[in-house]
Design a protein around this ligand. Structure first.
Ligand code: COA
Length: 168
């Protein structure tokens, strides 16, 4: 058992966890904060392709949200990853990703992961580069959404990370 898992449990989100996921995303000050409604909906409809880490009281302290791409049914798109500030740097995000990848491989036959990262988000770049290394997978990068596509003011480009095939 890793340090990250010693007093934490990783499982699927329940609808009621949506509020806590919204708060963690808000407090991260790094993620685009979506509406609280979207986190509630996600926890209802995409629980099977998402994961949450809970403290000893069952409160979420970190999460990964994702979905299986409708036109690429063996690809998991990781939408957001965040860990509460007090729990960072102990391998929790890595464990969340590893456990989710194993689950979606088992249940959906997923063999590759995609995510987008804004340039300069070093923690996130490292998280996904290490994930690729641990799973013996190639990692390709290309700009998916250039800055000019965003309608709501200045926004960094979103770079697509394509990781696969995974040994899970
Ligand atoms: C990104 C984030 C989820 C990482 O969570 P975490 O639990 O601290 O990450 P881990 O401890 O599992 O570390 C995973 C890897 O990232 C590296 N890492 C973590 N934080 C880092 C930092 N601030 N700077 C550089 N590398 C970092 C770790 O060293 C580790 O790499 P390694 O396996 O090669 O040693 C967390 O910092 C966070 O919530 N950030 C704000 C939200 C965000 O930016 N999300 C990502 C975009 S979707």
């Amino acid at each position: 058992m890793t340090a990250a898992q010693a007093d934490l449990q990783i499982d699927r989100p329940a609808t009621a966890d949506g509020a806590a996921l919204w708060r963690i995303a808000r407090d991260s000050e790094a993620l685009d904060l979506n509406s609280s409604y979207s986190y509630l909906l996600w926890c209802r409809d995409f629980a099977g392709t998402s994961a949450v880490a809970r403290d000893e009281r069952g409160e979420p302290v970190g999460f990964v949200t994702g979905y299986v791409r409708p036109e690429r049914p063996h690809t998991l798109l990781v939408w957001q990853v965040a860990v509460d500030g007090a729990y960072r740097g102990r391998g929790l995000a890595a464990s969340l990703l590893d456990q989710l990848a194993a689950r979606v491989h088992r249940e959906h036959g997923v063999t590759s992961v995609e995510t987008t990262i804004t340039p300069g988000n070093t923690a996130s770049e490292r998280l996904f580069a290490s994930f690729a290394e641990r799973h013996g997978a190639a990692l390709e990068r290309e700009v998916l959404f250039p800055a000019g596509l965003f309608p709501d003011g200045p926004h960094d480009p979103e770079v697509l990370y394509r990781i696969g095939p995974l040994s899970v």
